[in-house]
Design a protein around this ligand. Structure first.
Ligand code: GH3
Ligand code: MG
Ligand code: MG
Ligand code: MG
Length: 308
């Protein structure tokens, strides 16, 4: 383990370096606090033995600087000739973890450094646990935002995403479109091929739509066999074109059945563009939903835009 020694007295520095070296430490020795600070800024050091009184930067000031910096925890042991407790309090307040009085007893120094290493080991274990928890948290967040069958964002992520998109559009005075996509007569697919096959069709439709969307578009499962897409920067005409393209993607999809039969489905779409600068997304979703109903009533497998 590496250890940094800061001591301006040459003889003490040598004695310290030699003792630490003989205990297996990899020693870097410097002659004042400023030099010590430079080493700490350059290299990852976890253990510091620092003299109190040194030119340029004294031990307690060095400790203070270390505690203010954002670096891995450095266990700092101050060497001092001061035995009075006011001074010791001052050193500990400055950020030192422990102190030892000069002239030091080598066995005591070794034991106190052992304490420091124990604390650093605990720190490392804790840091590892925090890493693990953060990773697990990230996985959970992803699970909570994703629909497992369609492997796209769920209703909750849709609401977060459209909130984000609509606020950005309001700030930038830009437009965005919402496309509601509902599979036609899907109940019949379940009735005819079974629920498991129905699941496969749903996941194939979601994959095809996710693949067909533009790079800034986002697609989500709105619920059941209904999907919703957000498409920023659209005019009514370009949004209708996108809807038409997605309708064709669904209609040309073939999902193979066990007996070799290819299941085909169609979808009805309702699309609506949010007026420029509008942050209220609920109304746009409502318009797209009304348009979807219009597509269903007009015979399905079609795209309706509101307002026309
Ligand atoms: P329409 O053209 O009017 O939309 O007819 P539809 O049959 O698609 O609509 P309806 O709302 O009557 O039925 C939707 C069906 O979608 C019923 C439901 O069981 C099925 N469904 C919803 N979620 C899932 C799912 O996760 N897996 C499967 N296999 N089916 C689902
Ligand atoms: Mg000194
Ligand atoms: Mg349907
Ligand atoms: Mg439906």
């Amino acid at each position: 383990m590496k250890i940094l020694v800061a001591e301006d007295d040459r003889a003490t520095r040598l004695i310290l370096s030699r003792a630490l070296g003989s205990w297996g430490y990899d020693v870097i020795a410097v002659s004042d606090g400023e030099e010590a600070w430079q080493v700490l800024s350059r290299e990852k050091m976890r253990l510091l033995v620092s003299d109190w009184e040194m030119p340029r930067l004294e031990g307690p000031d060095l400790c203070r600087r270390i505690r203010q910096a954002s670096m891995a925890y450095v266990y700092a042991l101050l060497l001092t000739t001061h035995k009075d407790s006011d001074r010791i309090v001052e050193g500990l307040d400055a950020g030192a973890d422990d102190f030892i009085t000069k002239p030091f007893n080598p066995a005591e120094l070794r034991a106190r450094l052992g304490v420091g290493r124990r604390i650093l080991d605990l720190q490392d274990e804790l840091a590892l646990k925090v890493d693990e928890l953060e990773r697990a948290n990230g996985q959970l967040a992803k699970i909570a935002a994703t629909d497992p069958l369609m492997n796209i964002g769920n209703r909750r992520s849709f609401e977060l995403a459209i909130g984000r998109v609509s606020q950005k559009a309001a700030r930038e005075e830009s437009r965005y479109g919402v496309l509601m996509i509902d599979i036609d007569h899907f109940k019949q697919v379940n009735d005819r091929y079974g629920h498991a096959m129905g699941d496969r069709v749903l996941s194939a439709v979601a994959a095809a739509l996710a693949n067909a969307k533009g790079p800034s578009d986002e697609v989500f499962r709105y619920g059941g066999e209904e999907l919703v897409m957000i498409s920023p920067g659209q005019t009514a005409a370009s949004l209708h074109d996108l809807g038409e393209r997605l309708r064709e993607v669904v209609a040309s999809l073939r999902v193979a059945c066990q007996d070799g039969e290819a299941i085909r489905v169609t979808a009805s779409l309702g699309v609506a563009v949010a007026p420029a600068g509008s942050a209220r997304w609920e109304a746009v979703v409502e318009y797209a939903d009304q348009a979807l109903y219009a597509s269903k009533n007009a015979g399905r497998n079609r795209v309706t835009s509101i307002p026309r």
